[in-house]
Design a protein around this ligand. Structure first.
Ligand SMILES: Cc1cc2nc3c(=O)[nH]c(=O)nc-3n(C[C@H](O)[C@H](O)[C@H](O)COP(=O)(O)O)c2cc1C
Length: 415
């Protein structure tokens, strides 16, 4: 394997050996598993959320459900898990152990309290155990008590109040982890900033239902006959994560370092989070699907990308897509194009014809003898759906081509 480039990046003066982190979840639940992840290329961890032991946490059984789509496994993952069920003292001991044995890796303690006192005490204990940073969990979607988890992230004054309580109690940097179960994340992020947060992590899971049993009508995971609207993660939520990160990165008032999370599995996903303005990328579902080895793949891909694009440092990639992300009314509508077909490579499956007839501009006729599409470019909407379903895609047989002075196509009325 070629030698990797230096993938380190600093945030608040803390150096991460790589920008790939475990996010707070079952993948960051014990020092033993986190240590192995560090050895595989993860640069840090947001440790599974700590809380006070006064409420004994018992996770529902089963606590997760898969969302497979076609042949693709774990396009998404549904979970009803709570914060850590391990005793606080065990978790603090594990954090100490990690800092002792992997001093160059970064440990971010995720915490969640129910009052200013609890937030501040947990923060002090996590700092005392040697955590490099804190991540305030304002986003757990399974908290039913007002003033906890996602219900804090949705009540913006509480975001500021609890962040301020923590800020007064500790010196280490503070990240606020936000819920995507709102419309605009820049607003609560600004409340977190006013409370003293140094950075923002986004996103936690999106509330949803992935599947319902057709015999018992119970949403999955089916916990002995009961289901719930609960947290959804994995590749299917990446577009939502990228959206929130880019919107916060573009907010001129916010200007805080960002940690991206949600659906990252490959080096391309990680680079996309960096391009949208995140300095670090956290992962859970990808680790559940593929194990720690995805960090090796991500680091190798990121290193190759940096060599190819002549980046010396990871930080130079951060935010590079932002100048290209505009409101939709900024498009130049005077430029139009068509779907262009490389018919020499066509295998005659007819899928382009079907999709264009049933869902596109009806600009394709089918030559039954030659088994080839006959395209009327004048009527092509350039919606490109034919290219999405065409099986010849490496490289694509159907590509977008600009046609100078082409008028926008409006489908005709039926006569
Ligand atoms: C089973 C499970 C448990 C989780 N527990 C926590 C948690 O304790 N604290 C937290 O901040 N986020 C928790 N998360 C959310 C993840 O950290 C992450 O934000 C989310 O899964 C999106 O990332 P992903 O698509 O890479 O999984 C959990 C996610 C899953 C799947």
């Amino acid at each position: 394997m070629a030698k990797l480039k230096d993938l380190s990046i600093e945030m608040f003066g803390v150096k991460f050996p790589t920008p790939v982190l475990l996010s707070s979840s079952p993948v960051s639940n014990t020092a033993e598993m986190i240590g192995r992840a560090f050895d595989s290329g993860f640069g840090g961890v947001a440790y599974k959320t700590l809380g006070f032991d006064k409420i004994k946490i018992i996770h529902p059984s089963p606590r997760m459900a898969k969302y497979n789509y076609g042949n693709k496994k774990l396009v998404g993952l549904q979970n009803v898990e709570q914060i850590t069920d391990r005793p606080l003292k065990d978790n603090l001991q594990d954090i100490k152990y990690l800092k002792k044995h992997w001093p160059k890796h970064v440990v971010i303690a995720s915490v969640m309290g129910f009052s200013e006192y609890e937030w501040s005490e947990l923060a002090k204990m996590a700092e005392g155990a040697g955590s490099d940073m804190l991540e305030l969990n304002f986003s757990c979607p399974h908290m039913t008590v007002e003033g906890s988890g996602m219900k804090v992230g949705q009540a913006f004054d509480l975001v500021e109040k609890f962040t301020a309580a923590v800020r007064k109690s500790v010196k280490i940097p503070i990240l606020a982890k936000m819920t995507p179960n709102i419309t605009d994340m820049t607003e609560p992020a600004l409340y977190a900033k006013r409370g003293g947060a140094d950075g923002i992590t986004a996103i936690n899971t999106v509330r949803g239902i992935t599947a319902i049993g057709l015999d018992d009508y119970v949403p999955e995971p089916n916990v002995f006959g009961k289901g719930a609207v609960s947290g959804f993660s994995g590749p299917a939520v990446k577009p939502i994560g990228l959206r929130f990160i880019s919107e916060m990165a573009q907010c001129s008032e916010l200007k805080l370092p960002l940690v991206g999370c949600g659906g990252a599995e490959t080096w391309i996903d990680a680079v996309e989070y960096l391009l949208c303005g995140a300095s670090l990328v956290q992962i859970t579902t990808g680790v559940i699907h593929y194990g720690h080895r995805i960090a090796e793949d991500i680091c190798e891909g990121l290193s190759d990308f940096m060599t190819e694009k002549k980046y010396k440092n990871v930080k130079d990639i951060v935010g590079k897509a932002l100048p290209h992300i505009h409101p939709t009314d900024a498009f130049n509508l005077s430029r139009q194009g068509v779907a262009e077909y490389d018919l020499d490579r066509c295998i005659g499956c007819g899928q382009c014809y079907i999709v264009c007839q049933d869902a596109g501009g009806q600009c394709i006729e089918w030559d039954d003898e030659k088994r080839r599409p006959i395209q009327d470019e004048e009527r092509c909407l350039s919606c490109m759906i034919c290219s999405f379903i065409c099986p010849i895609d490496t490289p694509p047989m159907i590509t977008f081509k600009e046609i100078k002075n082409k008028k926008p196509v409006i489908p005709p009325v039926s006569k």
